[in-house]
Design a protein around this ligand. Structure first.
Ligand SMILES: Cc1cc2nc3c(=O)[nH]c(=O)nc-3n(C[C@H](O)[C@H](O)[C@H](O)COP(=O)(O)OP(=O)(O)OC[C@H]3O[C@@H](n4cnc5c(N)ncnc54)[C@H](O)[C@@H]3O)c2cc1C
Length: 436
């Protein structure tokens, strides 16, 4: 008899892992500290509580979150089952009645004989098999335990995410390739120049734009070196022109002069299909990011693959710390959910399902799991956790994470359709041969 899988945290990821394993007849001990001890954002004792928005974003087949949802449904996700059951009208998005949603998941998991629920805060990491799915607000004692294993420098407490744009939508008739003072490879960045007037208009709109409010527990906690772009702007009209938008070491080939200010775009993937707006971490609402960042002339038609954000968030540097099966390298301790460096409800839930599958294969069947290819949304998300970078940041699912299409497609809708068709076809193939 193998010992049960201990799952710590009954959030989106932990609930999915428990659901998957229990349905495969594997015993689970599911540890949850709420309601005895709440996190700063959770309010109830229900499993899979949605701490903020009640939306799982777009459910359109031609959007990246829509593709991920379809893959989750194919994997019998409990988050999708409850989400579809308690859907509320929200256009193309899947939004849910949050209370009914979480209550349903709590009751389902509580009624399964394979799942033993233990309502306590875990302060030491139990012996394997174990899945840690304690989320962005993991309690302090467990963070201390994790630090001992993975080292302090690989665990973070705030994310600072800059928006990502689709490379095909940058106006290259005005932008130019260069690195400041020709450093690095000499042309590592796309530079979007602004005149003085364009820059000042941009800064004024940035200051006026609507922002997500800070939660009480997040106030005043940002590092000076990583402020939201709008907070920098509020310190003075020229602050950005001396900071992330400084034009030094750059000459605009169209004018032969140094621009007044510059926005730099850095490659987000090797293929160069997605670009990060350097230093533009922000708390602007999504519609405002679209409106204000499109005031940068080269980005006037930009398609945003991911919007910027800044949160209180406990997560690890997954590419340094985890192996391909979400285990802390050299150990059997598996991680799932937001703590791995994915961002968002459905992304966290998906890594929970995958952790359940990985543990079952590795621990109970002694077989190597098969990872979905990065042409699929699930595979693309997992591949984000394996890509080393200087500044690893959490990511939600977006087309920039998918393997690029074999050939360039200009038409936006056609491109999304092709991503979607390929993903769903490859995912079905993976399901058939993975022993999922
Ligand atoms: C303030 C805030 C707002 C957010 N808003 C959104 C949003 O609008 N949309 C979105 O998609 N994502 C949002 N996120 C991200 C969101 O938290 C994740 O997408 C998702 O909830 C993460 O799932 P998870 O399973 O990893 O963690 P969680 O769902 O947080 O689950 C972790 C569980 O572990 C428990 N736990 C923690 N420590 C211990 C311990 N030591 N012992 C036992 N149990 C423990 C917690 O009580 C919790 O139930 C937000 C995050 C924060 C912090």
């Amino acid at each position: 008899m193998k010992s049960p899988v201990k799952i710590i945290g009954a959030g989106l990821a932990g609930s999915e892992a428990a659901w998957y394993l229990a349905r495969k007849g594997i015993s689970v001990e599911l540890y949850e500290m709420r309601p005895g001890k709440l996190t700063p954002a959770h309010k109830t004792g229900y499993f899979s509580e949605l701490v903020c928005s009640n939306s799982f974003r777009s459910d359109s087949e031609t959007s990246a979150p829509g593709i991920l949802k379809r893959e989750m449904r194919m994997m019998n996700s409990i988050v999708m089952e409850a989400g579809d059951r308690y859907r509320v009208p929200a256009g193309q998005s899947l939004a849910v009645d949050r209370e009914k949603f979480s209550k349903y998941i709590t009751e389902k998991l509580s009624s399964m004989p394979e799942i033993k629920i233990i309502k306590t805060e875990v302060t030491e990491i139990p012996s394997p098999p174990v899945i840690i799915a304690t989320g962005p607000l993991t309690s302090e004692p467990l963070v201390e335990e994790l630090k001992k294993i993975i080292g302090e420098k690989f665990i973070y407490f705030y994310d600072a995410i800059a928006p990502i744009v689709d490379a095909d939508t940058v106006d290259m008739s005005r932008a130019f390739w260069a690195s400041r003072y020709n450093k690095g490879e000499g042309a590592d960045y796309i530079n979007c120049p602004l005149t003085e007037e364009e820059y000042k208009n941009f800064v004024r709109e940035l200051m006026k734009a609507e922002k997500f409010p800070y939660h009480e527990f997040e106030k005043g906690k940002h590092f000076e070196g990583c402020l939201p772009i709008e907070e920098m702007a509020e310190r003075g009209i020229d602050v950005l022109a001396h900071g992330p938008m400084k034009p030094v070491g750059l000459v605009d080939p169209r004018t032969g002069k140094r621009p007044y200010a510059v926005v730099q775009l850095r490659k987000e993937n090797r293929e160069g299909t997605a670009f990060n707006i350097v230093g533009f971490q922000t708390k602007l609402t999504y519609p405002e990011q679209k409106r204000v960042f499109r005031m940068i002339p080269c980005l006037k038609n930009a398609e945003f693959l991911r919007y910027g954000s800044m949160h209180r968030n406990t997560y690890i540097n997954a590419p340094e710390v985890l192996d391909q099966f979400l285990r802390i390298k050299g150990t059997e301790i598996m991680l799932a959910g937001q703590i791995t460096g994915v961002e968002g409800y459905i992304e966290s839930a998906t890594t929970g399902i995958m952790a359940g599958y990985f543990v079952r294969k590795l621990h109970f069947e002694g077989k190597e799991p098969l990872i979905p290819p990065d042409t699929t949304a699930t595979g693309a998300l997992l591949s984000h956790l394996r890509k080393k970078s200087e500044n690893f940041q959490p990511s939600n699912i977006n087309f920039g994470l998918f393997a690029p299409l074999p050939r360039r497609v200009k038409n936006k809708l056609k491109k999304k359709q092709l991503y979607s068709e390929r993903a769903l076809k490859d995912f079905r193939k993976w399901l058939n041969k993975s022993g999922f």
